[in-house]
Design a protein around this ligand. Structure first.
Ligand code: GLC
Ligand code: CA
Length: 554
């Protein structure tokens, strides 16, 4: 591990502003590394791979939920917000992991799921046992049903995962769940709920976490005044902030309150909102008196093409300036089809795709003939170099540094994701990007653990393993390593200037402070290679800039 630029050496990432241009690596704990061989990734496994993360050159880890959970939604159904799932480890394992990450110069962000708990949460169990109208039921959203005997749900709303958003309890009342029925929504007008989340934020902050990723941040505040509107009535509400369920203005009071908690710490804890809201509504979540930063999923949903990429960058830099935050970039996460695969399908080029079209392709049995794996990966590597040259923070998802494709051929009986079961024949679900990582060419679960992995891994995982890519100079892994190391060296201010003389047609070129220049050819034909010292290229370059390639120049 030579020539590592540890974050502490750059100065840039020190202090309270460390998050503004960080490279954050998302770990999906169950699928990263399995230390005890039971097939499920664990915290000790993560700790054992910290040298790998350090060599990769990331600034922070974002850990998807690791809390006690029945895994009705991959851990986003939390049964206890202040503990570790025994299937994954213990609080001591957590402390050890956190200590080791910090010693390696890597910060730690944890996922907070405040819109809903698991139905196994002590409060929900208490609510089920308590009578209608009781304080225990007021922490969630219980209502009597419609119809003569209350046999119809209180409203005809659909859950995000498909199927009704209300489920009836044995005593006849109904409860609201915007996601799976195992994920009852909290009532955020209840002061006990508010106090409990303050307690949770302090619990993890006291244990040394540096920040939080806020799940479904646009969902907490709801207007549930009776009579409840129908789904059709809700669909007709277009005035911003007036939807009864999503992105209400009052949600920001909750985050202003949380900000006071974050600011009790030095440096203040950071947060990033997962808020699927219209682009102009995003700055509000990212304000300094709120969560401070918000995911920007625009590139993730865009076709691989110069025009949309330029517009998205320009618009989001303006938006982040408006909130005095920095923007975020992301191409892959645990909810979306991996970008190497999205970019390898012909359909993605015609229209923006948030994964639905590619999921549809997966549903049709992922006919390999339609997927151009090499082209998809070439474009994914070009997109990543483009991303890592942008101002703002980059959120990377485990396995993208190996150039992994989506796993298409998972048998129905092996699938786990509730979207697959709740939307049969409509949505294949998200398991294909959650398959445990390949660490070695061969062996049980390709080095993920000593036993079989909890989701089946395909045979081609061996060639995409860390071991296979480690000493291949042209591998995607080594591209990410070099890019992240260079980014540390080159990154200073947050300015970006389009180089109009080089931009046009399928080519985008921009300059950062210090003359750091990024040029991407989004097209199918090679173009002239601009002058300058070649620092890094996403693929082979001769005297031309080939199709689907990005170069960094100075
Ligand atoms: C977020 C998570 C997703 C989860 C959902 C419900 O969108 O990223 O994985 O299913 O929230 O918690
Ligand atoms: Ca394990």
């Amino acid at each position: 591990m030579t020539s590592l630029t540890a974050p502490s050496e750059t100065g840039l990432l020190q202090g309270a502003d460390w998050w503004r241009q960080a490279a954050v690596y998302q770990i999906y704990p169950r699928s990263f590394a399995d230390a005890n061989g039971d097939g499920i990734g664990d915290l000790t496994g993560i700790t054992s791979r910290i040298p790998y993360l350090q060599e990769l050159g990331i600034d922070a880890v974002w850990l998807s939920p690791f809390y006690p959970s029945a895994l009705a939604d991959g851990g986003y159904d939390v049964a206890d917000y202040r503990d570790v799932d025994p299937k994954i480890g213990t609080l001591d394992d957590f402390d050890e992991m956190s200590r080791a990450l910090h010693a390696a110069g890597i910060r730690l962000i944890v996922d907070i799921v405040p819109n809903h708990s698991s139905d196994l949460h002590a409060w929900f169990q208490e609510a089920l046992a308590a009578p209608a109208g009781s304080p225990a039921r007021d922490r969630y959203v219980f209502r009597d049903g419609r119809g003569e005997n209350g046999e119809l749900p209180p409203a005809d709303w659909e859950s995000v995962f498909g199927g009704p958003a209300w489920t009836r309890t044995p005593d006849g009342q109904w409860y609201l769940h915007l996601f799976a029925k195992e994920q009852p929504d909290f009532n955020w007008q209840n002061e006990e709920v508010r106090e409990d989340f303050r307690r949770t934020l302090r619990f993890w902050s006291d244990r040394g976490v540096d920040g939080f990723r806020i799940d479904v941040a646009h969902g907490l505040a709801k207007d549930l005044t009776d009579p409840l509107p129908s789904a059709a009535e809700i669909a007709r509400i277009t005035e911003p902030g007036r939807n009864p369920l999503w992105d209400r203005d009052e949600v920001h009071e909750i985050y202003q309150d949380w900000r006071r908690v974050f600011d009790e710490y030095d440096p203040p804890r950071i947060a990033v909102a997962e808020a699927w809201v219209a682009t102009p509504r995003r700055p509000r979540y990212a304000r300094a008196d709120g969560l401070g930063q918000a995911f920007n999923f625009d590139l993730l949903q865009a076709p691989f093409a110069a025009g949309p990429f330029r517009d998205i960058v320009t618009e989001n830099l303006a938006l982040s300036a408006e909130s005095e935050s920095s923007t975020t970039w992301v191409f892959s996460n645990h909810d979306r089809v991996r970008h190497a695969t999205r970019y390898g399908l012909p359909l993605i080029l015609d229209a923006a795709d948030s994964g639905e079209q590619t999921r549809d392709w997966l549903l049709r049995g992922a006919p390999e003939a339609e997927l151009d794996r090499d082209l998809g990966l070439r474009r994914a590597r070009a997109a990543t170099l483009f991303e890592l040259a942008l101002p703002g923070s980059a959120y990377l998802y485990q396995g993208e540094e190996l150039g992994l494709h989506e796993v298409g051929d998972i048998a129905p009986e092996a699938r786990q994701d509730p979207t697959f079961f709740h939307s049969p024949g409509v949505d294949v679900g998200r398991d294909g990007c959650r398959v445990p990582l390949p660490w070695t060419r061969e062996g049980a679960s390709f080095g993920f653990g000593s036993g079989e992995a909890h989701l089946p891994q395909p045979a081609w995982f061996g060639d995409a393993s860390v071991e296979a890519e480690d000493d291949d100079a042209s591998s995607t892994l080594n591209l990410y390593r070099r890019a992240l190391a260079l980014r540390h060296e080159l990154q200073t201010g947050e300015e970006l200037e389009w180089i109009e003389a080089l931009t046009g047609g399928d080519v985008l070129a921009f300059r950062r402070p210090n003359g750091w220049t990024c040029v991407t050819n989004f097209g199918d034909e090679a173009v002239a290679l601009p002058a300058g010292e070649l620092l890094l290229a996403s693929g082979p370059v001769d005297d031309e800039l080939p199709a689907a390639t990005t170069v960094w120049l100075r």
